[in-house]
Design a protein around this ligand. Sequence first.
Ligand SMILES: [Zn+2]
Length: 464
Amino acid sequence: MIFSGKFPSGAGIQRGGPVTVRRPRRGSGRFPAPLRSSPALRAGHARQAAPPPVRASATPHPGWRLPAGRPFPGRLPRLRGPALIAILLALSFPVPAQSDSSPNGLQQGTNRPADSSGGPETGNAPVGGRNSLEPSLSLDDALKSLGPDPAFRWDPLFRTGNISLSGHHASFGAAYPGEEAPVILDSREILSLPAPWLENGLLRFPESFVAGIKRAFDDSILNEQFRYRIAAIVVDPGHGGKDPGARGTHTINGKSMTLSEKDITLEASLDLYARLSAAYPDKRVLLTRDRDVYPTLEERASLANSVPLKDNEAILYVSIHANASLNRHARGYEVWYLSPDYRRDLIDKEKFQDSAEIIPIVNDMLQEEFTNESIMIAQAINRRIGEAMGRSLPARGLKAEEWFVVRNVRMPSVLVELGFITNPADAELLSSGESLKKLSEAIYKGITDFVTSFESSGGFIFSQ
Ligand SMILES: [Zn+2]
């Protein structure tokens, strides 16, 4: 049942890394048909589709703190195997041709330039007019100096290698001695380092190459603790206490029963809470109420907004309701998310005192991100309820609203209307503990779909 009323001012942004510059995919069709297509909504989406009024820069604005461990947005999209090789090929740094497939020198002395245009011999002698080469290490010594037990692979066809350590990997190609070449770190970042070369069939690694790789690995391992995750989920059973919410009186199984929305939302929410708590012992799962009491809407929002989060942590808010209509034939479930037309103040302005001019920009980016994430959660829940309930409960689709309950929480948030308490068929379903469990399980699955997708992509950055 829909709330109405004034909305209070919240305090404190409740998402870690409020200035994280992440790029939700634009115009990619991720949020297609189910959206109710009101002119206002279309306008909102058109606005969303426009590029942000800020350019990614490797030099953050003073006071614009990029969270540690998040790559600058100007960096590469995620590259996978073939793309990686294509890039290495496209860069086509010159590599002395050689027939030796082993970098370990099992067939020493077989590397000879293939072209006759004066390609340098690979050898100890300085090459290409360079008079001195920096000291270099053998493969064994290079790997030893990187850390415990790094893995090494070599592709003789492309003359590219890959060093892995603690789940991170650096791909490189051999080049002429003394030349710089790109190193691709974790399929995501390019470093330019003095390249390894082949010398009598043996790979030689410039010291600065090894040092650069080591530094990059150390940084990456350190940064893992800053990977984005959902740290908390707030489950909000609508109404309660003095506020029964919607009511409906029906004859169910031969008996006249009056159902109150507050009881249904509590029962479904307690089940949802239990499932989420069991699935995510490492997350905070919170209820805005666990019995028949009435927290005000301000109290619900402020509970959610006051959950402490680290810079890399996010929180979700899911409000559970049941619907009502004067039309007894109206039935089915709905999933609502905050309309993109409603622009919230998401930024704690005190944190940005020194750079007030960027507040609207960052606020817009956060708003867009929260809206997109809210839509994704809503879609996942919508799909799961559809799967679970089939024809027994019609889908009324996703709805966007400047929705009072969720408009004050500074986090991705959705509201589920389980069904119409005023409709006899829906009421029978909502009065059945078994059906209600099916509904809460479906909401649970929708949330886990979103959490898995969010966390496995590291917060959707560069996700494809
Ligand atoms: Zn309600």
